[in-house]
Ligand binder design. Structure first.
Ligand SMILES: C[C@H](CNC(=O)c1ccc(S(N)(=O)=O)cc1)Cn1ccc2ccccc21
Ligand SMILES: [Zn+2]
Length: 262
């Protein structure tokens, strides 16, 4: 469990919060200018290898809902692509809007998507735990997948059905045997990659971002259940809908976005 010990409390005001990390020159998210990305023929195919039995729980941490994986062994890993080392899956979560017109963190030629999936991994060749890796420049690898409104995503439904149980901040339920690979698009060979950061505090510049070119589809009803979650805990008198939990795009500051495809 890679972040269960840290609750980033009362985060929703942070959306008006740090627009650029102090001294940050590799911040995320960014707008991916397709024609400015550089094809890199040395980029290898990505090889995710996930074991659904490492899925442990789902919880509302006050900025998204996290599906957490047991990352105490190398059972669910990510290798290849731009990565030199072996990375361990620790959690996945989403960012979404209050309407289908926006919600993603990254954009492609300024195009917004209704939501974005982030699959978070940490470098288990170089570090011994997530909290250590999150402070290092080659510590994390996050796969980003855009969501579009369309046909119902059958694999996602098992997750959608349990969301009402984690409606409030700090609520957690056991969630097992979920295969995160079902959320990846059919084509994972075409992606963009760049050096960036966490998109929520501590905004550390530790992330190798791998953004899938192909999106996945979810139904309007499935995304509406995401929007039924709350930023606020059960005790708070004013309940705030968990929507628009995305950070604004940050400047590229001279970085190059590489593509695995022409
Ligand atoms: C970062 C960690 C909490 N945040 C995350 O795990 C995280 C993961 C992915 C993203 S995203 N949207 O970029 O994919 C954003 C945040 C807690 N934590 C661990 C060590 C640590 C030290 C200081 C403060 C918080 C700390
Ligand atoms: Zn995220």
């Amino acid at each position: 469990a890679c972040s269960s010990k840290y609750v980033l409390s009362a985060l929703h005001p942070m959306w008006q919060g740090p627009l650029v990390a102090p001294g940050g020159n590799r911040q995320s998210p960014i707008d991916i200018r397709v024609r400015k990305s550089v094809f890199d023929p040395h980029l290898k195919p990505l090889t995710p290898d996930y074991d659904p039995r490492t899925c442990s729980q789902i919880w509302n941490n006050g900025y998204s809902f996290l599906v957490e994986y047991d990352d105490t062994t190398d059972k669910s890993t990510l290798k290849g692509g731009p990565l030199e080392d072996n990375f361990r899956l620790c959690q996945f979560h989403f960012h979404w809007g209050e309407s289908n017109a926006w919600g993603s963190e990254h954009t492609v030629d300024r195009r917004l998507f209704p939501a974005e999936l982030h699959m978070v991994h940490w470098n288990s060749d170089k570090y011994s735990r997530f909290e250590e890796a999150v402070m290092e420049e080659n510590g994390l690898a996050v796969i980003g997948v855009f969501l579009k409104i369309g046909k119902r995503h059958e694999g996602l439904q098992k997750l959608v059905d349990v969301l009402p149980a984690v409606r409030h901040k700090d609520s957690v339920v056991e969630f097992t045997r979920f295969d995160p690979a079902c959320l990846l698009p059919t084509n994972i060979d075409d992606y963009w990659t760049y050096a960036g950061s966490l998109t929520t505090p501590p905004l550390t510049e530790a992330v190798t971002w791998i953004i899938m070119k192909q999106h996945i589809e979810v139904s309007h009803e499935q995304l509406a259940v995401f929007r039924s979650l709350l930023f606020t805990s059960a005790e708070e008198e004013v309940q705030k809908s968990m929507v628009n939990n995305f950070r604004v795009q940050q400047s590229l500051q001279g970085r190059t976005v590489r593509s695995s495809f022409t």
